[in-house]
Design a protein around this ligand. Structure first.
Ligand code: ADP
Length: 873
């Protein structure tokens, strides 16, 4: 085919696909052309060559066929959708067609161990605040599939943030919902793909779901149409990309958002659960993670972002952690065993898609063999045998595990090569035909191996040797000095400087045998391997079960290890109710500094705490630590406290000064209000609300008013447990007026001019003049400090303050008072009164003096009019 023909074919294929880039196979290479070549060249530092043909120049970049995967992975991880067109033989030469489109959400070859979700969002028909959305999340690398329905946009964002999908398929209506897409883009780094509208149609989607799960779907209660549409759409999308991995999606997990503690997107970020806001420092996950497997790490992240509300489930996890805390030796033995475990969920997906190699299956075999060992170790420990750990490791079907593991042991060679086509994958004794083949092969090789010795003896040629190379195949080599002794049946094939190479008919025949047998062996072993891989693929759900059990064990062992090392304790869990934490600590900060523990008690009567204290005195730390302790309790972990009772919460909401959002070009105050709005709409009586400053982004009096009203609303209407840090001292007055509101402050001590923060929380509001004290410490000149003290004192007493002119003693001193109504200073008269008041008093005086009977109505009317005018002035 001509160059134009090929480029033409490339462009035609590209046009028919909706991919960003196309890799087209040409023999041993995959090639990118034109702009695609330039893009790939830039992104991956790949050499781009310029070709010209028929007067046209074009760019071209290629990668060897066997190396395509890492290139595609790198491109997809940068957000490109890459189509792959394979070449296949036809009657009249080659043909090419697109066999796969690799997208961020369907990348099986991912190198990160994190979950990789593909999501679909379907919007219900009624476009109101209460619009129902159906959501589906699939991780093709592990087969996890979650489906739910939620109400309202905020809840959609919450769930998307929880799963942080790498690719999102918005449904037909959601596509035109620019606001939702914009908000999503701000919160989650993801790629949005427009999947065909038909895939979202109810009938089509229902059919797809039924094909995947059969009758199962009815029993899981997937009755909402939006949910079915989302589920059907993701499944059909995976199918269309050509990655045959759907059989690894063995179960549909339908969840209700109420199963989890609601953590809105902002809170997940603010609390720095799995990553920090700035990228520096350590997240909660990084601090507490001692897992030894990648599946364990994935699960711990999942627990942290999806804390639970079910007390029984949490107590089951706590019991595991406690048992493992109390059996340090066994715990460490178990962790050592788990250290050898490979990622079975991922192996299941790779087996299903046909990309698992012999090493993957070998590791599956070894990991399956761990389950009975782990179970046995648990059973031999009295402490652990009586805990729910037995149930965790007992969950997978042990008989099936042993069967599959035995099958793999019987079949797989111990040290298989990387390639799958050259044999040596399968153990002897597994397959009769293969054994016979190998026997025959080995005897042929043996004949050749001993040929040199036989020939040398027979013809008395001392230095005769037999060897093989690519061009000559097998040959007999004789040094020139001995070629006289060579018999007639030797046929010379090559003359070298010092020697001569020969073959014989017999050697040729044996060589043919060896080649034939080698080829057949490669084919047969590959067939047997494929059978084995299919068998593993058929057990995908078993692999997922075992993987999940081991991961769970890894996570509880990790939590136990952290608890023991950092002296964490088991909190007592109760239904929604008081939260009482004795000597609580911040789980992350305590690992970085000498931490001063603090108590916290929240009850119905103490449900709203106004936290005051100077900057840097520890207010945010105290509030965050409370949120994190409650969150840890609700993943089943022990907590950093001497002792605690945690009334389970249904949601944790935080509003924290957001520095980084400025960079995104949105008004911080607008964001602040959106976050506040979400909290006030979503929080309930059973929620924990953390507000770190509200209303700071606007003028003082706006700010106070909003903070004030927010407090009343949370206290009176919502009844949520709230910690509210504020620098508006005005709010501390609310403690006297609302029964559930109380003041606490962070203590600071002034020791001979040196202010020390004590990091302890105390009852009552903080000292107001603290700021001036800090100014003094910072050596602000004493006239300024003294003067501020006076101004503050007069302000508090609502007294007039004299504004000192440039020259003192000029006699034209002005006085002002602070007017709460307008939030401004107003001029005061010399006696401290106000001109308006004087006028008003004068008018009132005249009014009381007037004798109504002495004046005509017209006169009266004009007097009243004058008064009005004076008052208006
Ligand atoms: P604020 O919110 O009042 O401005 P922060 O909570 O940010 O103060 O705390 C300021 C610093 O004090 C933090 O860097 C933290 O490390 C430290 N800190 C806070 N609380 C404690 C504590 N209980 N023990 C020890 N150090 C603390």
């Amino acid at each position: 085919m001509t160059a134009e023909g090929i480029v033409g074919e490339y462009l035609a294929l590209k046009r028919d696909s909706d991919a960003d880039l196309l890799a087209m196979q040409m023999g041993d290479f995959y090639e990118f052309f034109h702009d695609d070549a330039k893009t790939v060249g830039q992104e991956l530092d790949l050499k781009v060559s310029e070709r010209s043909s028929g007067g046209e120049t074009y760019q071209m970049a290629g990668v060897p066929v066997d190396d395509l995967t890492p290139y595609v992975r790198a491109l997809v991880e940068r957000g490109y959708r890459v189509a792959v067109a394979d070449q296949h033989e036809t009657e009249n030469g080659h043909a090419r067609s697109i066999t796969r489109v690799v997208t961020p959400g369907t990348l099986l070859e991912t190198t990160t161990e994190d979950a990789q979700y593909l999501a679909a969002v379907v919007e219900g028909a009624d476009q109101t605040e209460d619009t129902e959305y159906g959501l589906a999340f699939v991780d093709i690398t592990t087969g996890q599939f979650h489906v739910t329905t939620v109400t309202g946009e905020d809840a959609v964002l919450t769930e998307l943030y929880r799963f942080t999908p790498t690719e999102v398929l918005p449904g037909p209506d959601t596509r035109s919902n620019d606001r939702l897409l914009e908000r999503l883009a701000e919160r989650v780094e993801t790629n949005t793909t427009l999947h065909t509208t038909e895939a979202f149609a109810p009938g089509r989607a229902r059919h797809t779901v039924r094909e995947q799960f059969g009758a199962v779907k009815e029993s899981v209660g997937l009755e909402r149409e939006t949910a079915i549409r989302a589920a059907g759409a993701v499944l059909s999308y995976i199918d269309e990309t050509g990655i045959s991995v759907l059989a690894a999606v063995t179960r549909l997990h339908r969840y209700h958002p109420d199963d989890h503690v609601e953590l809105d997107a902002t809170t997940q970020r603010n609390l720095e659960l799995v990553e920090t806001m700035t990228g520096g420092g350590r997240s909660l996950f990084e601090t507490i993670d001692h897992t030894v497997t990648s599946a364990g790490r994935r699960l711990l992240k999942e627990w942290l972002t999806r804390p639970r509300r079910s007390q029984s489930e949490l107590e089951r996890r706590q019991a595991c952690v406690q048992a493992l805390c109390e059996s340090a030796m066994v715990r460490e033995e178990l962790r050592e065993l788990l250290d050898d475990a490979s990622d079975l969920e991922r192996a299941a997906s790779r087996s299903v898609s046909g990309s698992a190699d012999a090493h993957t299956l070998l590791r599956v075999r070894e990991t399956l063999a761990l389950l009975p060992k782990v179970a046995d170790r648990i059973e031999r420990s009295d402490r652990l045998a009586g805990s729910p750990l037995s149930e965790i490791v007992g969950r997978p079907d042990h008989t099936a595990v042993v069967e599959l593991q035995t099958a793999l042991s019987d079949a797989l060679a111990d040290d298989p090569p990387q390639t799958l086509t050259q044999g040596e994958l399968i153990r002897r004794g597994y397959d009769d035909e293969l054994d016979a083949l190998i026997k025959e092969y080995e005897s042929a090789v043996e004949w050749i191996d001993t040929l040199a010795e036989r020939e040398s003896r027979r013809h008395d040629i001392g230095r005769l040797s037999v060897d093989r190379n690519k061009t000559d195949g097998y040959y007999i080599q004789v040094p020139k000095s001995e070629t006289d002794a060579v018999p007639d049946e030797y046929e010379g094939i090559k003359t070298l400087k010092n020697s001569q190479r020969y073959v014989t008919d017999e050697l040729r025949e044996r060589e043919r045998d060896v080649l034939r047998l080698e080829e057949r062996r490669g084919e047969l072993e590959y067939e047997l391997f494929e059978e084995l891989r299919t068998r593993v693929a058929e057990h995908a759900s078993l692999l997922q079960d075992v993987g999940r059990s081991l991961a769970e064990l890894d996570v509880v062992a990790s939590l136990a290890r952290h608890a023991v090392r950092h002296d964490w304790t088991r909190p007592m869990l109760t239904g929604p109710g008081p939260i009482d934490i004795q000597a609580g600590r911040h789980p992350v900060v305590e690992t970085q500094t000498e931490f001063v523990p603090n108590d916290l008690s929240m009850t119905e009567d103490w449900r709203f705490l106004v936290v005051t204290g100077p900057n840097m005195s520890g207010k945010s730390t105290y509030m965050r630590q409370t949120a994190l302790i409650v969150l840890l309790a609700q993943i089943g972990s022990f907590i950093p406290a001497r002792e605690a009772t945690i009334g389970l919460v249904d949601g944790i909401y935080t509003r924290v000064g957001a520095i980084d959002e400025l960079a995104q070009g949105r008004s911080t105050f607008m964001i602040e209000m959106q976050e506040l709005s979400n909290i006030l709409h979503s929080a309930t009586e059973e929620s924990l609300v953390i507000l770190d400053e509200v209303g700071r982004g606007t003028a003082t009096y706006d700010g106070i008013s909003i903070a004030w009203a927010t407090t009343e609303y949370l206290h009176n209407r919502i009844n949520a447990k709230t910690l509210f840090a504020t620098h508006y001292h005005e709010l501390t007055d609310l403690a006297d007026r609302l029964p559930g509101v109380h003041n606490v402050h962070m203590a600071a001590e002034d020791r001979g001019g040196d202010v020390t923060f004590l990091w302890t929380i105390e009852d009552g509001p903080a000292d107001r003049s603290y700021g001036i004290h800090v100014a003094e410490l910072a050596s602000v000149p004493s006239p300024v400090v003294d003067r501020s003290r006076t101004v503050l004192k007069r302000l508090r007493e609502d007294k007039a303050i004299d504004v000192r002119g440039a020259k003192s003693g000029t006699g034209d001193t002005q006085q002002v008072v602070f007017d709460l109504g307008s939030g401004q200073f107003k001029r005061a008269s010399a006696d401290g009164g106000d001109e308006t008041d004087d006028e008003r008093e004068a008018v009132i005086e005249e009014l009381s003096d007037i004798d109504v009977n002495e004046q005509s109505p017209v006169e009266l009317l004009s007097t009243v009019q004058r008064w009005q005018e004076r008052l208006e002035e």
